[in-house]
Each structure stands twice: as structure tokens, then as C-alpha cells.
Design a protein around this ligand. Structure first.
Ligand SMILES: [Zn+2]
Length: 485
């Protein structure tokens, strides 16, 4: 089925076609691993996951999906510095080597991130690569050399900057988000990774070494410039190295349009001479209970916070998928509860489809609902319309009345749909699990959540309680199996 996507570059819907037949190359700006990711970050990764699944299942493409891990930037350096409140005992002792401290610190939050996305069913096997920025320092340095050699970069006070005035003479700056020329400050320089549209100036490509910070040696035209890459440069170099330019789709949260993505475009065009990607796909932000999420309002949630409050990550996944990605998402506890019930309803429906069909069962046309649901997904990932069509069909089609052939076709469609939604079990209900009382299943779930929070002693106590009741838990990498002893 043909896919249409809203492209931030053209500000309109465009038919999607990959540059190479059948293969889509896609890059997502991944997490900065300086703290636990919050639920707003998770929305961006879930939207990218939705897109890559729709491309595979509805579009019939192979997808080469790259999501980076930002393990060197202003925030990770600050967090790994001596005395940082974000340093945890699990990271070990701080050493005298800032680079080793950065490694211990970022690996801890990277691991936490990988656990979080696994709980949300963003699957590691769907990712072609999850590159760490610190493992691509050489291509980053090479890109700086290229930009300087082509006259769009210069050295000042031990750092290298992008020369915006030179660039604006040959190309447009402000392609994703219009920039007011009055806000451009010629010759001014900005060192921070994040800055506002009102502070447009020469941005840093390579930051000169500061005392006590991690650094790499770098030689540029015979000059020694020890330091580290700027955040924007990291993505440009990883895209070039892992996907090749131009690639098909770049995704990210709407807040990354400027400066991060605008600077990525400028760097790739200035250094490699190639406009990096054809489609820019941005998701809108997430609010909590109608308000901007902030620590001071007490509505700032990581996935772990929500799990600790008893929410199931798959209900969160299902809730977030309900809204269109280009609309702000209002996260509410009532919304997740509604998603839980809807998800459970479909699960019961699937179980019913596995039961024997009545001899005079009803026949339904499954191809029509499939075409409708997938058609909406192909239309700029319109999940609200897709789910509306799906539930309309379910409401009008009681599973118990269907004949065997309709059941078979429906199960086939549901398993295809579940390759995108990924919150149901398509298999029949296992009789052994059915026999396990609800309170034991809840204890097992509670124990799993405690383990995720590294509260191992409490988790072990629950395991013993479950065993005394006659059941055993077998741990898997991303979950567990609960069985009678
Ligand atoms: Zn990026």
C-alpha cells in the first residue's frame, strides 16, 4: 500500500517513495543518556517505532532504522562530573579520568533506556544500529575537516565554529522553521548545544577542551585542538557513516527542528555537499493532565514512575498510539485506564476467535476492514481513524457468532495489525495460566516492577511468597513466565 507522510521540509503531505527500491533508510535522534527518559521523550521513540512498523507492514518495505545514543554532550558531561547529584552508587566510584566517569555514567542510563523501550515493545531487533556518539569520534572529526576545507568553518579560541554568514551566501538556513533575519547575529558564537531561534549565530562544531572534561585529540590543518564534538555534529556524522547520504526519513520530536535539525542540514550540505534526508517527520509534544510537564508541577513522569504507580507499559503504549502523532498528546491516568480496558477487550475477542465456531456461523468480509485500517495508517499514520474503524468493526461483529473461515481470516488480520500495535497475544489463552488466581498474577507483576526498580530484596520476598502459594516464576530478558509448580 502506498504511504503518504507529512514532510516538515515542504510543510505538506507527500507520497513516500524510498530512494532505493524496497529499502527505507531512517534515522531517529535517540536519547541523551544523562537521566531516566521521561514519558515525553518516550512519545518521540514510540512515534518513530510506529512509523517504521507501518513502513514494514503496510508499505511492504525493509527498514534500516538507526537511533543514536547521545553519550557525550553538555548534559552528560555535567552529570558525570565530580559531585553530580545524578551520579549513583550503581555506577561505581568516580575515577580521576573524566572519560571513564562519562562512560560509567552514560552506560548506566543507556541500560535503563534499553530496559524502558523493551517494556514499551520498541524492539531491539527492529533497530539496524544503536550507535553511541563516542564511538564515532573519527567520522565527526572528518566532517569538521570537510566543513572547514570548504570554507564554512573556522577556529576560534581552540574551538571550531560553523560560519553562518558564509553559509547563508550559498544556501538557505531556516528550512524546517523560518528564521527571522533580524535575529541572526553575524559573527556572534554560541557554544551551548541548545539555544533559541532568537539567538541564531555561529554554532559550535568542535568544542575545545575544558579542564576536568573528557576530550579527544584532534588535529586540524596542523593545529592541535583537543576537545569534543558538538551535539548537532554527532548526528550528521553517524547518519553519513551508518546510512549513507541522502537517506529517506529523519524523525524526532518537534522541539528538535531548531536548532538541532536545522544545523544537521547545514553541516551535511556544507561538509558532504548532500542534503541529508528527503523526509523530516516530527511528532508533537506531550502534556500531562493538560499541563506542560515540569518537575515543579509534580507532573513529571519517567516510565519507571508510571510503572511504580501500577500502570502497565503496554497500556501506556496503546494509549500513546491512539492520538495522531502530529497533535499534542494529553497524557492522563484516565486515558491509560480507558486504553487498558480497550486493549483487554480486544484480547478477549482474540481468545474467543480461537474457540470452536458454531455450525451455522456468520461469514464476514475481513479484507474490507483490513483495507480500511491499513489505509488510514498509510495516510500519515492516522492511528485515530485506524482504531475507530477497527473498533467499529469489532462492535458490529461478535466473535462468538462467526464461522470458522471468518475466524481464521480475522486472526490473520489481527496478527498483522499486532505487528504494528504490539500489545496483544494472538495465541490462544493457555489453560495453565488461566488457572492461576488473579492475586498471584498481580503479585508476580508487582515483583517484576520491583525488579525493574532494582528493589531486589522486596522482589525476592514476593517470589518466595508466590512459591509458597504453589507457583514458580521464570525470568526472561524482557519479562517472565508464571506457572504452577
Ligand atoms: Zn540528532
Amino acid at each position: 500500500m502506498r504511504i503518504e507522510l507529512f514532510n516538515t521540509l515542504s510543510h505538506q503531505l507527500e507520497p513516500f517513495e524510498p530512494l532505493q527500491p524496497k529499502l527505507v533508510r531512517m534515522y531517529t535522534c535517540g536519547p541523551t543518556v544523562y537521566d531516566y527518559a521521561h514519558i515525553g521523550n518516550m512519545r518521540a521513540f514510540l512515534c518513530a517505532d510506529l512509523l517504521q512498523r507501518v513502513l514494514r507492514v503496510v508499505g511492504g518495505y525493509q527498514v534500516r532504522w538507526v537511533m543514536n545514543i547521545t553519550d557525550i554532550d553538555d548534559k552528560t558531561i555535567r552529570g558525570s562530573a565530580p559531585g553530580s547529584p545524578l551520579w549513583r552508587p550503581e555506577m561505581g566510584e568516580q575515577t580521576d579520568d573524566p572519560l571513564e566517569n562519562l562512560r560509567r555514567y552514560t552506560r548506566f542510563y543507556e541500560q535503563a533506556f534499553l530496559e524502558d523501550i523493551a517494556r514499551l515493545h520498541i524492539r531491539r531487533e527492529d533497530l539496524f544500529a544503536l550507535p553511541r556518539a563516542t564511538e564515532y569520534i573519527e567520522p565527526m572529526q572528518e566532517l569538521v575537516r570537510r566543513i572547514v576545507a570548504r570554507g564554512f568553518g573556522y577556529v576560534a579560541a581552540g574551538s571550531v565554529y560553523f560560519d553562518l554568514s558564509a553559509w547563508r551566501q550559498v544556501a538557505r538556513y531556516g528550512r524546517l522553521l523560518p528564521i527571522d533575519p533580524a535575529h541572526i547575529k553575524p559573527g556572534a558564537r554560541v557554544d551551548a548545544d541548545q539555544y533559541e531561534r532568537e539567538e541564531v549565530s555561529d554554532f559550535v562544531l568542535w568544542k575545545g577542551r575544558k579542564p576536568g572534561e573528557p576530550f579527544w585529540d584532534f588535529e586540524l590543518n596542523g593545529q592541535q585542538l583537543p576537545g569534543r564534538p558538538g551535539w548537532h555534529l554527532e548526528c550528521s556524522a553517524m547518519e553519513y557513516t551508518l546510512l549513507g547520504l541522502p537517506f529517506d526519513i529523519h524523525t524526532g520530536g518537534i522541539d528538535l527542528r531548531f536548532p538541532h535539525h536545522e544545523d544537521e542540514i547545514a553541516q551535511s550540505m556544507a561538509g558532504y555537499g548532500i542534503d541529508p534526508t528527503r523526509f523530516w517527520v516530527h511528532n508533537e509534544f506531550l502534556e500531562v493532565e493538560g499541563q506542560k510537564m515540569s518537575k515543579s508541577l509534580g507532573n513529571f513522569f519517567t516510565l519507571r514512575d508510571l510503572i511504580a504507580r501500577g500502570l502497565d507499559p503496554l497500556d501506556i503504549r496503546f494509549a500513546l498510539l491512539q492520538a495522531h502523532y502530529r497533535l499534542p498528546f494529553n497524557f492522563t491516568f484516565a486515558g491509560v485506564e480507558a486504553a487498558r480496558r480497550a486493549r483487554q477487550r480486544v484480547q478477549e475477542y482474540i481468545y474467543q476467535l480461537h474457540e470452536p465456531a458454531p455450525p451455522d456461523g456468520l461469514s464476514v468480509e475481513v479484507a474490507a476492514v483490513r483495507a480500511e485500517v491499513f489505509g488510514h495508517l498509510a495516510q500519515d499514520l492516522h492511528t485515530p481513524k485506524a482504531f475507530a474503524a477497527f473498533f467499529r468493526f469489532l462492535n458490529a461483529t461478535p466473535a462468538a457468532e462467526l464461522d470458522a473461515e471468518s475466524r481464521r481470516q480475522l486472526l490473520h488480520f489481527l496478527s498483522e495489525f499486532n505487528l504494528i500495535v504490539d500489545v496483544w497475544e494472538i495465541a490462544p489463552r493457555t489453560p495453565r495460566q488461566q488457572d492461576i488466581p488473579a492475586e498471584i498474577r498481580e503479585l508476580a507483576e508487582k515483583r517484576w516492577q520491583l525488579r525493574l526498580q532494582r528493589r531486589y530484596a522486596e522482589a525476592d520476598a514476593l517470589r518466595e511468597r508466590i512459591q509458597r502459594a504453589g507457583y514458580v516464576i521464570k525470568d526472561l530478558r524482557d519479562g517472565y513466565i508464571l506457572e504452577p509448580l
